[in-house]
Each structure stands twice: as structure tokens, then as C-alpha cells.
Write a protein that binds this ligand. Structure first.
Ligand SMILES: [Zn+2]
Length: 474
């Protein structure tokens, strides 16, 4: 008899490898032709998952060597293609070890680089411009970074990887919630938009049993929304925390459980412990990611240690900047600086995304790699209600700009019934525009609020250096 192989190597304990054989295969999964096994595209996807596993869960030394090479490539590229980056980086020998000496990239500088230089990467078929990712940011200054097709491919594979990495089944459905605010502004009778697909694993759905994929765009959880959710088992529910919150105002965790919801995959926003507890109570698990639109995945919540995030080392280098700290619930947190290893179209090197966290070099679960705790970011905007509840306030500047272009905006909660929206860079507003802004802000905060819209020459940020878009004054 053979002894079982030990996963404990001399260098230390490594995570369990991916276990594909635990996943149910389709009867027609394999190739029929001579000396062929798995169909080409599925085979390529499987190989990519194994590569991600080796980089993120394998030897920390091999990972560091790989990251240094990737970073070196990116630095060379940025210096060669961009006057902006030539001015920031040294002209001689350049390598990854120098990273912490380079200047921090602010959101404003990033916007300047994009405006003056555009994309630094031609697309593979020679077309001059690449599509920009959607604008982002809840403050008045959205960023429009350029991305490559490789970035899109990586992001999609990294999200598939997470299921296999965590050992989650893939034969159930995946339901994604999105907000309908855009359409709603001009077409208020429209209450729902639904997009469906037979599977959510891409080419791997020819190999493994895979559930249905459905995206539901909704504004309020009305009867139409309930009827749509009842059509298919929900399975994994992927949604930002503000959308889950909106859903929970009308649909209880027990109802969601009955609708087949297995787990909540949090796609952004703050972790609200009361929601997590309410879902856990009925047997729905929760899982959080840390990501941003400029970069894609940054870290994933640990499945055994709550509030510990394993950094996605195959995508990003996360640096702890102790020169700028914030205090949150008595803990000192450092500024998070992000370097996106594959940011060839718009380099993101030591980017200040506006978040703070505690840094660990390994996770108590045994995972070897940078771990973030107590993530505190600009997304944490809470509305305080008279009955003691706190709900997250979220509207993107992009949504606001569908009503009217403006320079900056800010919302302040003045009391349990009053909100003030200030806009700068707008000479005047029509009655209709005022009403649309009031409607948007009311939708995000709650129906009990009266929203006052005020046009100002410039927003006074003097008592709010982080320029937080939302401020609760009570
Ligand atoms: Zn862990």
C-alpha cells in the first residue's frame, strides 16, 4: 500500500490544490477523435485555472519571482510608451525592487494621463483604440481606464477560478443583480430587465454540469421582481451590498432560501454584519470580494477566517503605505496602494484607490500570501434612519450624469428626513432635472427623505479632505 502523499513540504504548508475530479462531468465531456481528451477551448481554460492555482497558492518564492518579472515588463512598457511615465520613472536600470520609491499615482493624475495619452496598447488585430471600461467612482471625478481583451479574459477566468478554488459546486444556477437606474430615469414604467444564458462557466460548461445564468436589472423589489426570481432556482446570488439591501427591504432571508438561494457573492460595497447574520441564520452562506473597476479582482474573502482577504497575486501587487494611516474602530489602518500587473493600456502603478486596511503576511487559515483585514474604503456611505437602521447609500456619478453633466456633487444627510444634494459646474437646472435628481437620491436613501437640490459655484471640501461623496451630519 502507498502512503498518502503529504502536502507539507520543507518550505511549509501549501493550500490544497484544485480538485476537478470532484465536479460532475457531462456524459459527452470528452473528445471522440484519436489521441484527444478534452475539447480545445475547455482544455485551455482548465490549464489557465491550474496556472492561477500555482501562482496564487503555490510557492511564495516562485510567485515573487514571477511578479517581479511581470512588473519589470510593465515598467519598461510604461516608460517606452508614455511621456507621463517617463517623467515619473528613472531613466536608467529599472526593476521591480524599486517599486516603493516610485511616486504614488493619484486619481487626478491618472485622469490626466488618460486624457493626454489615451490607450498605451493597440489591440491584437491592429485596431487603433481599445474599448474603455465603464466609468466608475461615486465622487465627482470618475475614471475611464483603458483595458485590453486579455484583461477582460483574465477577469472572467479569475472569477470562475474562485469557485474551484473554494471547492464550491458549479452545477447550480448563478443569478446576478444589477440596478436599473439608467433606464428608470427616462422610462419609469419599466420595472425589470432580464438577460439569461444556459450556463455561466463559458467553455468549461462543455465539460462540467453547469447551471443557468441570469442577470436581473431591477429598481425596487416589486411583485414583478418576485415573479422573475421564482421562475428558476436562484443558486448563487451575486450582487453589491446596496442591491442586496434593497432586495431585503421586501424579501426576507427565509423567502430567498425558499427561492433556492445558496450563497451571496458580494460584488462590492461594505460588509453589513446584520445582513450576513440574517442570511447565515437561514443557512445562506456569504462570500466577499475586494475589487475595483479600474483593476478587476484585488482580493477574495477567506472561506474560514471572516474579514480576511487573500490578495489575488496573479493580478495585482498590494502595497502597505504606512506614511498615511486612518483610524477605524480603534485600529490603525494603512493606505492601500495597488499595482495592476497587466495594466498595459492604462498603467496603474502604486495607484491610490482611496482604501485603508490592516496588512498580514499570511492568513490564520494557512494561506501564504498578503492578507488584508478591516478594509475601509470610500464606498462606506451609510444613511442613518429614525428607527436605528443604517443603510448603504450608493449612486455612481455616471448615473447622476445621465440627468445632467456636472463637475462635482455631494449628498449630505441633515436630519432623519432631509437630504441636501449639491452640484457644481452647472449654471442652472430645469424643474424636470431637479425632480430627476430628487428621485435618484430618494431611491438610494429611502422614501422618507425630502431631497433639496442646490447649485453651487464650488463644493466646499474643507472639512472633508477625502472628498467623500456622502456625509451623514447627524
Ligand atoms: Zn485565509
Amino acid at each position: 500500500m502507498h502512503e498518502p502523499l503529504s502536502l507539507r513540504s520543507e518550505a511549509g504548508f501549501f493550500d490544497m490544490p484544485l480538485n476537478f475530479s470532484a465536479y460532475p462531468l457531462l456524459d459527452q465531456a470528452f473528445e471522440a477523435s484519436p489521441f484527444a481528451f478534452v475539447p480545445g477551448q475547455a482544455s485551455g481554460n482548465l490549464a489557465f485555472l491550474v496556472e492561477l492555482d500555482l501562482i496564487e497558492n503555490g510557492s511564495p518564492v516562485a510567485r515573487a519571482v514571477w511578479q517581479a518579472k511581470q512588473l519589470g515588463n510593465l515598467l519598461q512598457h510604461a516608460r517606452q510608451k508614455s511621456a507621463f511615465w517617463r517623467a515619473r520613472l528613472p531613466s536608467g536600470e529599472i526593476n521591480a525592487a524599486m517599486l516603493s520609491y516610485f511616486p504614488v499615482l493619484s486619481r487626478q493624475e491618472l485622469i490626466e494621463q488618460i486624457a493626454t495619452e489615451g490607450s498605451l496598447m493597440a489591440s491584437p488585430d491592429g485596431a487603433p483604440a481599445l474599448p474603455a471600461s465603464p466609468t466608475t467612482g461615486s465622487t465627482g471625478t470618475p475614471v475611464r481606464v483603458f483595458v485590453t481583451r486579455q484583461n477582460a479574459m483574465y477577469n472572467s477566468m479569475r472569477s470562475v477560478f474562485e469557485y474551484f478554488n473554494q471547492g464550491w459546486s458549479v452545477d447550480g444556477n448563478l443569478t446576478r443583480l444589477m440596478k436599473l437606474d439608467f433606464e428608470l430615469i427616462n422610462e419609469r414604467d419599466k420595472k425589470l430587465k432580464v438577460v439569461t444564458a444556459d450556463s455561466w462557466l463559458g467553455p468549461l460548461s462543455s465539460l462540467f454540469k453547469n447551471g443557468k445564468y441570469k442577470i436581473i436589472y431591477f429598481a425596487t423589489p416589486n411583485d414583478e421582481m418576485r415573479a422573475e426570481m421564482a421562475k428558476d432556482s436562484l443558486g448563487y446570488l451575486a450582487a453589491g451590498s446596496w442591491l442586496l439591501e434593497r432586495l431585503l427591504t421586501a424579501v426576507s432571508p427565509a423567502e430567498l432560501k425558499n427561492l433556492g438561494m445558496k450563497a451571496w457573492i458580494q460584488l462590492g460595497g461594505a460588509r453589513v454584519q446584520t445582513h450576513i447574520d440574517a442570511l447565515n441564520e437561514v443557512g445562506i452562506t456569504t462570500h466577499a470580494n475586494y475589487s475595483c473597476e479600474e483593476i478587476g479582482p484585488i482580493a477574495q474573502g477567506c472561506s474560514t477566517c471572516p474579514d480576511h482577504y487573500h490578495v489575488a497575486h496573479s493580478n495585482v501587487v498590494v502595497e502597505e503605505d504606512k506614511s498615511l494611516t486612518a483610524t477605524f474602530e480603534g485600529r490603525t489602518l494603512s493606505r492601500v496602494l495597488l499595482t495592476h500587473l497587466h495594466s498595459y493600456a492604462t498603467p496603474l502603478i502604486r495607484y491610490d484607490v482611496g482604501d485603508f486596511a490592516e496588512f498580514l503576511s499570511a492568513c490564520p487559515c494557512g494561506h501564504q500570501g498578503t492578507v488584508l483585514k478591516n478594509l475601509y474604503g470610500r464606498q462606506k456611505n451609510f444613511v442613518r434612519h429614525a428607527d436605528g437602521r443604517f443603510t448603504e447609500f450608493m449612486i455612481t456619478a455616471r448615473t447622476g450624469r445621465t440627468v445632467r453633466e456636472f463637475k462635482e456633487w455631494r449628498v449630505q444627510q441633515l436630519s432623519f428626513t432631509e437630504l441636501l444634494l449639491e452640484l457644481s459646474g452647472v449654471p442652472d437646472l430645469t424643474e424636470q432635472e431637479v425632480e430627476k435628481f430628487q428621485f435618484l437620491v430618494g431611491l438610494a436613501a429611502g422614501t422618507e427623505f425630502k431631497v433639496t437640490v442646490k447649485v453651487v459655484d464650488a463644493i466646499d471640501w474643507s472639512d472633508n479632505p477625502k472628498r467623500l461623496f456622502f456625509r451623514c451630519r447627524i
